[in-house]
Design a binder for this molecule. Structure first.
Ligand code: RIB
Ligand code: CA
Length: 346
């Protein structure tokens, strides 16, 4: 049984990553760490608990991380992900509480329970993982694989011209995490940077494909001419929430001259975590600029061993169509199964 620990700042694309992981009934999702980023940490945790409630998976523990980055001032981006981090989706308030074990201790416990057999996936700032490594420096050696969505190397930043959001929120945490891998037998993490994740650009047609595969009706194709915030009336609850969440993201990208699309950074990283062979990678030593006036939070890749041995594998290429086929098929299965079990409970 493949076991995975998920650390996120749920967020719209983190939500899709979570749905993809829930759709993978062949894996054991041992826990979800909530880290502040897109929205404050308590809102992240509520979103994770709400999605688990929608999908009938309240058996999976949700852990709460620190409210602040290690050094930087907390920053959030409700303008990107919506006031509650899930776009226009109105998720049910959770009835299950978060775990009393905090996110850092949950990382430590999960790696100690499954030494050498646990996959770590981070799609938010690295605050919780860095805190865990501070408490238990041997943690990296117990992970079978780590996948990080973050950074930008030959691509323009999405937070400043040189920085990507997850790294920019907590540069010190990112620097400490990258510094903890690539030595002492800790497998170098696979890093999924904007260079590649921005190629996973969802369009409204993908939402139609998703709804059709889930057997949801009516099939809705969001359009830039729609009234902003138009709510879905899909009869499938998962599809309804996904369309409402993604409509906000489509409108955001449109408003920022990127087209009526939505970059699926995090579900892509989730797919890589479970199928690393879908990406081409290059070894590099990755470090994070901490003091640059213009470049603080920038990820710097040394591909020529000028500054030390590689501590990461940067994902550089993938089959985009195959990625969408897998994501849409799996999430549609989850939507269909969730609807079936809910009607069975009716
Ligand atoms: O830069 C994109 C990343 O930052 C994604 O993980 C998104 O959810 C935000 O956390
Ligand atoms: Ca995220």
């Amino acid at each position: 049984m493949t076991r995975l620990f998920f650390d996120c700042d749920t967020g719209i694309d983190d939500s899709l990553a979570l749905l993809y992981l829930l759709a993978r009934t062949d894996i054991d999702l041992v826990g979800i760490a909530s880290t502040g980023g897109n929205v404050p940490v308590d809102v992240v945790a509520t979103n994770n608990l709400s999605w688990l409630e929608v999908c009938g998976r309240t058996d999976i523990p949700v852990h709460i991380g620190a409210a602040q980055p290690l050094v930087a001032q907390m920053r959030t981006t409700e303008e990107t992900h919506g006031p509650l981090g899930v776009g226009y989706a109105e998720l049910p308030l959770p009835t299950t509480p978060a775990s009393h074990v905090d996110a850092a201790d949950a990382w430590i416990d999960a790696t100690r329970k499954h030494p050498g057999a646990l996959i770590g996936l981070v799609t938010g700032p690295l605050t919780s993982l860095a805190t865990a490594i501070r408490r238990d420096p041997a943690l990296p050696t117990r992970l079978a694989r780590l996948v990080i969505m973050g950074g930008a190397f030959r691509a323009h930043g999405n937070t400043t011209p040189t920085t990507e959001w997850n790294i920019a929120v907590d540069p010190e945490a990112a620097a400490e995490v990258f510094g903890a891998f690539g030595r002492d037998g800790a497998a170098p993490p696979i890093v999924c940077p904007l260079d590649l994740t921005e190629q996973i650009a969802l369009t409204p047609d993908h939402l139609v494909r998703l709804a059709a595969a889930a057997g949801s009706t009516p099939l809705e194709c969001p359009d830039p001419a729609d009234e902003p915030g138009l709510r879905s009336v899909a009869d499938n609850v998962v599809i309804r929430h996904v369309v409402d969440a993604l409509r906000f993201y489509l409108e955001f990208h449109q408003a920022h001259d990127e087209g009526y699309i939505a970059h699926l950074h995090d579900p892509f990283a989730a797919l890589v975590a479970l199928a690393p062979d879908i990406v081409t990678t290059i070894p590099a030593r990755v470090d994070v600029e901490l003091v640059g006036t213009l470049t603080r939070g920038m990820t710097v890749a040394d591909e020529r061993a000028m500054t030390g041995e590689p501590n990461a594998r940067i994902a550089t290429a993938t089959d985009v169509d195959a990625v969408f086929d897998e994501l849409l098929e799996r999430i549609a299965d989850l939507a269909r199964t969730t609807a079936t079990s809910a009607s069975g409970q009716a």
